[in-house]
Design a protein around this ligand. Structure first.
Ligand code: NDP
Length: 236
């Protein structure tokens, strides 16, 4: 089954999602990415989707199914931050982050599960963050949404684990992308000091772990949280 896989990565036009999509292309898989803007890496099919909108997610899956076949590997990667301290955080700051990061995962994985159930095989990988379990001042919305993914993957494992489907969480630490480029320099230096590895990671270091979770070697791993954080969360 896993010889002719169709992989869908949300937010595959840049950052971590783009590196993940490129890794699956290099593995010889058929790969689609969702993007609101831009394009996925070479060798991918780009489809437009906003993960906050169920109809848009449904249309994207339909297009991928028509062009490549049913999706059996899904990587829920699209995510946003709107950082500020609790007292300054508006309802919209909270809702929009949770609706994109956790609600978006719900919409995407729900739609993907149809094809996986039919195939009796599937791989679900959710991109969380070290801060989901570590906590982070100024990120109550983001950390809540990322912690929610752990309960999501574990419940999904209990629902679909008997149908050849695994669901796991990857929790990256600090990765060199546009998201972290926005951080002030002194914050970046402070974070680096706290990371036992003493450096940030490349997006490709996350991609390798995602590809492994989707491989046959990881068939008996489900409901796990795999940190890719240079030791920052100490394995959580
Ligand atoms: P980027 O900001 O570089 O990319 C975010 C991606 O998400 C873009 O492709 C963006 O699409 C997409 N996206 C955002 N909102 C939506 C939406 N409503 N619908 C569809 N797509 C959307 O982020 P990173 O690559 O850094 O992060 C990717 C994931 O990894 C995120 O979930 C993030 O939380 C997580 N992560 C990142 C870390 C880091 O250090 N960078 C650390 C830990 C976790 P568009 O370009 O069209 O806006």
């Amino acid at each position: 089954m896993s010889d002719d896989r169709v992989v869908l990565v949300t937010g595959g036009n840049r950052g971590i999602g783009r590196a993940i999509a490129a890794r699956f292309v290099a593995n010889g898989d058929k790969v689609a990415v969702t993007a609101r803007s831009g394009e996925g890496p070479e060798g991918t099919l780009t489809v437009r989707a906003d993960v906050t909108d169920a109809a848009s997610v449904d249309a994207a899956f339909t297009e991928v199914e028509e062009k490549l076949g049913p999706v059996t590997v899904v990587v829920a990667n699209a995510g946003i931050t709107k950082d500020t301290l609790l007292l300054r955080m508006t309802e919209d700051d909270f809702d929009s982050v949770v609706d994109t990061n956790l609600g978006g995962t719900f919409r995407v994985v729900k739609r993907a599960s149809k094809g996986m159930l039919k195939a009796r095989w599937g791989r679900v990988v959710l991109i969380s963050s070290v801060v989901g379990l570590y906590g982070s001042a100024g990120q109550i919305n983001y950390a809540s949404s990322k912690a929610g993914l752990v309960g999501f993957a574990r419940s999904l494992t209990r629902e679909l684990g008997g149908r050849g489907i695994t669901a796991n969480v990857v929790a990256p630490g600090f990765i060199e992308t546009e998201m972290t480029a926005e951080l002030p320099e002194e914050k970046k230096a402070e974070y680096k000091k706290a990371i036992p590895a003493g450096r940030y990671a490349s997006a490709d270091e996350v991609a390798g772990v995602v590809a492994w979770l989707a491989s046959d070697d990881a068939a008996y791993i489900s409901g796990a949280v795999i940190p890719v954080d240079g030791g920052l969360g100490m394995g959580h």
